[in-house]
Design a protein around this ligand. Structure first.
Ligand code: DC
Length: 219
């Protein structure tokens, strides 16, 4: 692969988004949040009331789905049929639906092309669950970022304090989402054999970014 592609996989709440954005900024490349694509699918399923468990309903829906990233500076903004939907995809319900629907092989297949086409055009930091294992197995720089589930849930709780969702629910749902993401048959969340593991339980964002930068230099 000629392009400089950096993959950052790991469970929810490990700090992937903040780290990926900071790393992309420092390296002068784009940041791609692939979870946003799965959230976009979930958002449209919810909005159009699609019975996604029925493949005869899901397939025509996916065929017509028109998700895209539009560049705003270095940050791609998610659009659906040309409309910016980024403000609607971060709710708790969409998180849970995205996790459930991302286990469906047709959904993963439908999102593969868009991820590959971005990598063909630009150097990029890709954040997700299966970047280093399934989507970009040949990427030269791969990281797996994780942290203790209690620390991750606490971060999410603090980020979403306005939602009023209690810490216990956030923790319980995070444990469920971890289990769903790691146990699904297609492209489960797991560390690629050649990915560097970083445990951020006791690290702050800048320490993680520095670690990654120093490793990218020596790789
Ligand atoms: O990173 P996130 O929390 O925004 O992702 C939402 C869901 O999408 C997550 O529970 C699993 C799924 N996902 C995935 O299956 N593969 C990816 N590359 C990114 C996200």
């Amino acid at each position: 692969m000629d392009r400089r592609i950096i993959t950052i996989d790991g469970p929810a709440g490990a700090g992937k988004t903040t780290v990926s954005k900071a790393l992309a900024r420092e390296l002068g490349c784009v940041y791609v949040d692939t979870g946003a694509l799965y959230r976009g699918v979930a958002f449209e399923i919810q909005r159009r009331q699609i019975n996604w468990k029925d493949s005869s309903r899901l397939e025509p829906f996916l065929d017509c789905l028109d998700l895209d990233f539009v560049m705003e500076g270095r940050e791609p903004v998610l659009t659906s049929s040309g409309r910016d939907i980024s403000a609607y995809i971060r709710t708790h319900d969409i998180s849970m639906l995205a996790s459930a629907t991302s286990a469906v092989p047709q959904v993963r297949k439908a999102l593969l092309g868009i991820q590959k086409s971005i990598a063909g055009e630009r150097d990029a930091v890709f954040e997700g669950r299966d970047m280093g294992t399934a989507v970009f197995p040949d990427a030269p720089y791969k990281f797996f970022l994780t942290a203790d589930v209690n620390v991750r849930a606490r971060r999410r709780f603090e980020e979403s304090s306005a939602s009023g969702i209690p810490f216990e629910k956030i923790l319980k749902d995070m444990v469920k989402r971890d289990a769903d993401d790691t146990q699904r048959t297609v492209s489960p969340l797991k560390q690629a054999p050649d990915a560097i593991l970083i445990d951020a339980t006791a690290l702050d964002i800048s320490q993680v970014v520095e670690k990654m930068k120093s490793m990218i230099k020596v790789l």
